[in-house]
Design a protein around this ligand. Structure first.
Ligand SMILES: [Zn+2]
Ligand SMILES: [Zn+2]
Length: 618
């Protein structure tokens, strides 16, 4: 037994391995068929390979102490997983197993110990799969790669017997695949692209998908705990999250956990223990629950919200004051609890104002807080109007009046209806003539309602040479012009940058829409020099959009921080094509907040006249 980790006995090997979706001794080409059964009964796995099953049963019974399968430590952390791998190696050694296999387990353990990240959040690529004898079902995995498919996967596997995704990638970079009948360079390129997409998507969930789910889960559990909330990177509103962390304060953890495990959304239980549990829900998303004592609620919220870097700095601050900060509370030298129940008290006792979760990245927030210089962050309620919306005039789902109605119900003071311009045929872009009719309609609606301004607008295409899709004479008749790149994404950096810079020099262009053109998980940003763009944006008083659609979030948080530094104003708009899209506003606001954007530099947080006067149009 590995001495170092002997101290973590309350662990079910099965719970552990299924937590990382990895059942090493039973998998070989059957992994896809073996979803983790509810309650983690090991027997189903054991059936597959009787010889190995004997070893494993030995393993299991060794672990099956009283609290084994329902262990409080069953949510795996790296060290615990490493420990289990070491233990498997020990057992294999005793059984006289193939020394290479034993070594493979030892190496796996070492690798996992050394990981900077939590192994659970690492998708099964690299480290784990590289290990001979442990690698999971590559043929099955290949079939999940976009553009490969089961038939191709089988063919490649049968011919080349590759063990890992990395091998497949290497194979694609030789010309061996081209010798297979029916394989062309194009199919090889597709596989390579597919591998990249596959790697990127695995375990990555868009913020706008995770937030509603996390909310629903919390709501469902409300009656089973005194307090409940989600923490982790989701609470910090990162654009991509890898799992959902839910925290509950409860005097009766068993009841809370029971409620958690029996929710209708649960697809499988990965682990369960006295104060922790872990499940999978739709789309394979992992949800972890931790139950804490109410007196530790605030400290636990702070701890599990992270980021790790922020927490380290906070702990250092505590140590400098002779205090100790951990997930249970803030303690003095005599272990007296100074704070813990409320998150705000932790900051207060460390001499800081409350730092909102969106800022907790160790991007200078603790220093700023200590100096009383935290940004006066823009809030969703500050947003007075949506300046980027589509209607049935182009590719929107609802009429201008219907969208207006939805905006009024949200309490907006103004909107700009910005349908597409003529080049964008696929999106029903408006001809010059239709643009004028569209403008008339906007004016008619504007006259009809006294509680909201309706601005006649367009999202005009920036053509490949930087000219706009409508003439200046036409643009001059509009109230609000957004200009966007919708084509020629492959242009080089200099060309694309010059193209957008030129668009900003047009006096009628008030905003550059989705400035990098990325679609999260689907399309990379185009190659543009944002620093140059921002320089020109500041000079011409053109705003950059923070597109709130959670597939875009463009500008992203880092860009927002840069915009703030460079004195660039932003608009936070939803690019709504239907009612639901309007609900995305908070994701845009959160992205701006993560970039330290203040209310003062958000164009659509200003009253309408001030907003319209920001860039002089003549
Ligand atoms: Zn657009
Ligand atoms: Zn748009």
């Amino acid at each position: 037994m590995s001495k170092k980790y002997k101290a973590i006995p309350q662990t079910s090997i099965w719970t552990c391995l299924s937590t990382i979706n990895f059942t090493p001794l039973s998998i070989r080409r059957t992994r896809k068929l073996a979803p983790t059964p509810r309650g983690n009964t090991p027997d189903r796995h054991l059936e597959r390979n009787p010889k190995i099953a004997i070893i494993e049963q030995g393993t299991v019974s060794n672990f099956r102490t009283e609290n084994c399968l329902l262990s409080p430590n069953s949510i795996m952390r790296n060290l615990e997983i490493a420990s289990v791998f070491n233990q498997i190696a020990d057992l294999l050694e005793i059984q006289g197993a193939n020394p290479f296999r034993v070594r493979a387990y030892r190496r796996a353990a070492l690798n996992i110990e050394g990981l900077a990240d939590n192994v659970e959040t690492l998708s099964l690529g690299g480290t784990l799969d590289d290990i001979p004898g442990i690698g999971s079902d590559l043929a099955g995995k290949m079939a999940e790669i976009p553009s490969v498919g089961p038939k191709t996967a089988k063919e490649i596997y049968d011919r080349f017997r590759i063990e890992t995704i990395e091998d497949l990638e290497a194979l694609c970079k030789t010309d061996k695949l081209l010798c297979v009948p029916g394989f062309k360079q194009k199919s090889v390129d597709n596989i390579l692209r597919g591998i990249e997409l596959y790697r990127r998507r695995r375990g990555n969930y868009l913020l706008g998908r995770a937030v509603p789910l996390a909310r629903a889960l919390c709501e469902y559990l409300e009656s089973a705990a005194e307090r409940i909330a989600y923490a982790g990177s989701l609470r910090r509103m990162k654009e991509i999250v890898h799992d959902i962390d839910i925290l509950a304060a409860s005097k009766d953890p068993a009841k809370t956990i029971q409620a958690f495990l029996t929710m209708p959304l649960v697809e499988s239980v990965l682990a369960q223990g006295g104060t922790k549990a872990s499940i999978r829900v739709q789309d394979d998303m992992q949800v972890d629950l931790r139950v804490v004592d109410p007196q530790s609620w605030g400290a636990a919220m702070h701890y599990f919200t992270g980021s790790k870097a922020h927490n380290i700095r906070m702990r250092e601050r505590a140590i400098k004051r002779g205090l100790k900060l951990n997930e249970y509370g803030l303690f003095d030298a005599s272990e007296k609890r100074l704070a813990g129940a409320e998150e705000g008290d932790i900051f207060e006792k460390l001499g800081l104002p409350y730092i909102p979760p969106v800022l907790r990245e160790d991007w200078g927030e603790i220093e700023a807080a200590a100096e009383g210089k935290l940004p006066n962050l823009v809030e969703p309620e500050d947003i007075r109007g949506d300046l980027h919306m589509h209607t049935t005039w182009s590719d929107g789902k609802y009429s201008a009046e219907e969208m207006l109605d939805a905006a009024r119900r949200r309490g907006y003071r103004y909107i700009a209806l910005t349908d597409h311009s003529k080049s964008l045929g696929v999106a029903g872009g408006l001809s010059d003539e239709d643009l004028m009719k569209h403008t008339e309609e906007c004016h008619r609606l504007d006259a009809k309602y006294s509680d909201i301004r309706v601005l006649a607008g367009t999202e005009v295409d920036i053509r490949q040479d930087g000219t706009l899709d409508y003439s200046d004479e036409l643009l001059a008749k509009l109230d609000f012009v957004v200009a966007s790149v919708h084509s020629g994404f492959k242009q080089d950096r200099a060309t694309l940058t010059a193209r957008v810079v030129r668009a900003m020099q047009n006096p009628y262009v008030r905003v550059i829409g989705h400035p990098t053109g990325r679609l999260l998980g689907d399309r990379d940003p185009y190659d543009i020099d944002l620093e140059e763009v921002m320089k020109e944006a500041a000079r011409t008083r053109t705003c950059l959009e923070v597109n709130a659609n959670f597939h875009r979030l463009d500008l992203n948080d880092i860009h927002c921080r840069k915009a703030r530094e460079m004195g660039v104003h932003v608009i936070i708009s939803t690019d709504s094509h239907n009612y639901d899209d309007m609900l995305n506003l908070p994701y845009g606001v959160a992205t701006a907040q993560r970039g330290w954007i203040e209310k003062d530099s958000v164009l659509n947080a200003k009253p309408v006249e001030e907003m319209l006067n920001f860039k002089k149009t003549r």
